[in-house]
Design a protein around this ligand. Structure first.
Ligand code: MF3
Ligand code: CO
Ligand code: CO
Length: 270
């Protein structure tokens, strides 16, 4: 079969994969998640984000997989590492981590043509109280979104679940970036918004594969892109957090492809 046009497309252009395709997504998702498990012990005060990315690059290679981000629109790294007020797409480099820094590490791998995309939060040194609360709310908002994933619900239901929870905790949802369909490609329809109204947007069907990856800010939701053309930061410099899973819709709900093998998805677990 052709590498990319398996299954069928809905009227919204969303690919419906077959049940046999879930296995490939589980293998790719598990590798990305395992790499995020293994990097945790290297997130320490004084460490550079460039060294973290070097390890990730090496582990992707050792697994016989490929990085989806190296060469993607000119991006040159196997991870995005977004520290403190960086919302997403932080570029690994010489920056050293300081005590209390919080960071998102986002990894996408390709295994046998299947894409596994996941990110989670880490802390260098001691986690501060405000940062801890932000991380908890962001993690829980992703999980509320995932709970809304089942056939017959809509993408607006997912966004609504995330938004009402995060805003109910007096935090804000970033509007400028969203989740995405994936499978045999990195970014495909639909845009998975992390805010929305119930019953709006495309209806979820069994066999859809996509990410949910809410970015939540302590302050205002607005972002801006730095001169490097990648790094997105909060305009008000408030702390931002993000968690991301890749999921597949099943008859009853969904399967999460990027579950942590070691149970370390949340930084205060494991
Ligand atoms: N992994 C990111 C996502 O969740 C995309 C990163 S693209 C890059 O969609 F080029 F910045 F790496
Ligand atoms: Co993604
Ligand atoms: Co990602």
């Amino acid at each position: 079969m052709d590498q990319t046009n398996r299954g069928r497309l809905t009227k919204d252009g969303i690919r419906i994969y077959e049940s046999a395709d879930f296995e490939g997504m589980h293998v790719a998702g598990a590798l990305a998640a395992r790499i995020l498990d293994d990097i945790a012990d290297h997130v320490t005060v004084g460490q550079t984000t460039g060294e973290l990315d070097r390890l990730i690059t090496q582990w992707v290679d050792e697994a016989g997989a490929r990085s989806a981000t190296i060469g993607y629109k000119g991006y040159q790294h196997a991870s995005c590492i977004s520290v403190n007020h960086v919302v997403c797409h932080g570029i690994p480099g010489d920056k050293t981590l300081k005590d209390g820094d919080i960071l998102n590490i986002d990894v996408t791998v390709i295994v046998d043509g299947w894409f596994g995309d996941t990110s989670r939060m880490y802390v260098a040194g001691k986690l501060g109280r405000k940062a801890e609360r932000l991380i908890q709310v962001t993690h829980d908002s992703l999980m509320k979104g995932i709970e809304a994933v089942k056939p017959g619900n809509t993408f607006g239901d997912i966004g609504h679940a995330i938004q009402t929870y995060a805003e109910g905790q007096r935090m804000s949802v970033v509007r400028d970036f969203c989740g995405h369909g994936l499978g045999r490609v990195f970014h495909a329809p639909p845009n998975v918004l992390h805010y929305g109204r119930p019953g709006t947007g495309p209806v979820l069907e069994e066999g859809m594969f996509f990410t949910i990856e809410p970015m939540i800010n302590i302050g205002r939701p607005e972002t801006k892109i730095l001169a490097d053309d990648w790094t997105a930061v909060t305009r008000d410099k408030s702390l931002s957090a993000q968690f991301e899973h890749s999921v597949g819709v099943t008859a009853k709900g969904c399967e999460i492809f990027t579950l942590s093998p070691a149970g370390r998805f949340h930084p205060t677990q494991g």
